[in-house]
Write a protein that binds this ligand. Structure first.
Ligand code: KIV
Length: 266
């Protein structure tokens, strides 16, 4: 069996300009496939709330829902690093509560790291987690848990001041001990600047080609999530259509008495 991807592996990959691949999973089957295919990092994103649970935003997702799905993902992943996404209000109230909840991801769900959204304001939390041995992935740019504060999901960091602030946030996250930072929906040139400025890897989603790695929501990549398709998504398949066709055939054959056939019967 290949050795588990660790924070050191990701750091070495950045140094060797070896691109990091990350995808989301929320269940055992998807996680098994991603692990088998050699994805470096599997993120159990709080996008769970929208993609799997049907919420309008990621805000309603609870710790219990995240842990439930993360356990299934972690059971399947033997080589990939599994990162648990901390849901809204599980790390913002106090450092103590944040530590307790992050600890649950490691102790109960079996992840190797957690992710949380935000810059300078969450650095005390990041610092403390790293101090007690919990690897932390940061997340800047569009931070979906702040959708109401941002007034939507528009590209972040277009203005000079906002870009400067994001570079500063990336630096302080690195100083606090974050081992990687997700950059979501920001201009490519800004992502390039951040990637060149910090030593830890950047992982982009809608942040152009210069990041040290890329992440997408797996259901977006597979063409399964049709509610909206962000511009930064490339659909490598149209699985929704395949599912429609397969289920329609099943319905037709059952109604016509064609399934089950001799070969499926005892
Ligand atoms: O929740 C999620 O899936 C994420 C990724 C899109 C980075 O945060």
């Amino acid at each position: 069996m290949n050795k588990r991807v660790t924070v050191n592996t990701l750091m070495e990959m950045k140094q060797r300009a070896n691109k990091i691949t990350m995808l989301t999973a929320y269940d055992y089957i998807t996680s098994s496939l991603l692990d088998e295919l050699g994805i470096d990092v599997i993120l159990v994103g709080d996008s769970l709330g929208m993609v799997i649970l049907g919420h309008e935003t990621t805000l309603p997702v609870t710790m219990e829902e995240m842990l439930h799905h993360t356990k299934a993902v972690a059971r399947a992943a033997k080589r990939s690093m599994v990162v648990g996404d901390m849901p809204f209000m599980s790390y913002q109230i106090s450092v103590e509560e944040a530590l307790y909840n992050a600890g649950r991801f490691l102790k109960e769900a079996g992840v190797q790291a957690i992710k949380l959204e935000g810059g300078e304001e969450i650095c005390p939390v990041v610092f403390k987690m790293v101090k007690v041995g919990i690897p932390v992935m940061g997340h800047l740019g569009v931070t979906p848990q702040s959708v109401h504060q941002m007034g939507g999901y528009a590209v972040q960091g277009r203005e000079e001041q906002a870009a400067k602030k994001m570079i500063a946030d990336a630096k302080v996250l690195e100083e606090a001990g974050a081992f990687a930072i997700v950059l979501e929906k920001i201009p490519s040139e800004l992502a390039k600047k951040i990637t060149q400025t910090i030593r830890v890897p950047t992982i982009g989603i809608g942040a152009g080609p210069h990041c040290d790695g890329q992440v997408l929501v797996t259901q977006d990549l597979l063409g399964m999530f049709e509610k909206f398709i962000p511009q930064f998504v490339k659909q490598y398949a149209k699985l929704s259509n395949d599912i429609r066709s397969a289920i329609s055939s099943y319905i037709k054959e059952v109604k016509a008495g064609e399934f089950p056939g001799e070969e499926h019967s005892f």
